[in-house]
Design a protein around this ligand. Structure first.
Ligand code: ADP
Ligand code: MG
Length: 267
């Protein structure tokens, strides 16, 4: 999505009239699918009212929408455009987050993460976990060795995303890969839970280092200022520390001991 497109999407999301069409059934919060229109612009979006957030033991109540918008801000700062345009605003059920709806392809090209029989794992994919299926048969969780997913992995480390499920990875018809559902990000303590462990321990690429260095500066400036409005100061500091640590270690992390590193179910 170009800057121009992101700009108009944000205008639509911020100022458009929201008409709720339905509730997404596989969602754990009140996640509403909506039509949105503003002047000659119209589109579809997801609206998650703060009032519909399921209380969690480890995140303060009423903060998930802000975390989603903060994730968008960081994603934009990387230039990778992973998180769809997302804003905080009033809606039909009070304040909440509103995010542009992403159309997805539903063929093989749209499947970058999957659970399958071990023999079905493509040679080009990375193996994440061996497990047993519901009938006790061996299955494997894997994902494509794909640059678009790898960027998302770097972003997740920075965001400290506690819920990167397969279903939160969306592939657009044009091939762009987006990540959604960042409500449980930015905790100050390590909580990274993801299906994208295929690159654990691998050195960062030169591009990744360049992006992270720019992010480090941005977190001390404009991005940092944006984030303190959305998450706590302590959490912004922790985010900066994660970027510093990534650059210092110069490789993608391994799962932290003592924390279930894979979200369950993984989709
Ligand atoms: N912006 C979006 N564009 C397209 N599909 C989306 C978008 N946001 C969410 N979805 C779909 O809706 C499902 C539920 O939304 P999600 O953000 O995961 O809600 P919850 O926070 O309740 O888990 C996602 O798994 C995804 O399939
Ligand atoms: Mg979800």
């Amino acid at each position: 999505m170009s800057d121009l497109e992101v700009g108009s999407a944000l205008e639509l999301l911020l100022h458009g009239e929201i008409v709720v069409e339905g509730r997404l059934v596989d969602a754990s919060n009140a996640t509403l699918f909506c039509e949105i229109g503003h002047g000659t612009m119209s589109g579809r979006c997801v609206y998650k009212p703060v009032a519909g957030e399921r209380p969690l033991w480890d995140f303060p109540d009423g903060t998930l929408a802000g975390r989603e918008v903060a994730a968008f801000a960081v994603s934009e700062a990387t230039g990778w455009g992973i998180v769809p345009p997302t804003v905080l605003r009033e809606g039909p059920f009070g304040p909440g987050m509103v995010q542009l709806w992403i159309d997805t392809v539903d063929d093989d090209a749209g499947t970058l993460v999957d659970v399958m029989a071990p023999a079905a794992l493509p040679d080009t994919w990375l193996r994440v976990l061996d497990a047993l299926g519901s009938d006790g048969e061996p299955v494997v969780l894997g994902h494509a060795d794909d640059e678009r997913l790898r960027r998302m992995t770097v972003l997740d480390v920075v965001l400290n995303n506690a819920d990167r499920k397969g279903g939160h990875v969306l592939v657009e018809p044009g091939g762009a890969v987006h990540g959604v559902d960042h409500g449980v990000s930015f905790h100050a303590e390590p909580k990274l839970r993801t299906v994208l462990w295929g690159w654990a321990g691998e050195p960062l690429t030169l591009t990744e280092v360049t992006v992270l260095e720019a992010l480090r500066d941005d977190l001390l400036g404009a991005l940092g200022t944006t984030l303190v409005e959305l998450v706590s100061r302590h959490e912004v500091l922790a985010c900066r520390r994660r970027v510093d640590r990534l650059l210092h270690e110069s490789r993608l992390p391994y799962p932290t001991e003592g924390w279930p590193a894979i979200p369950w179910p993984p989709f």
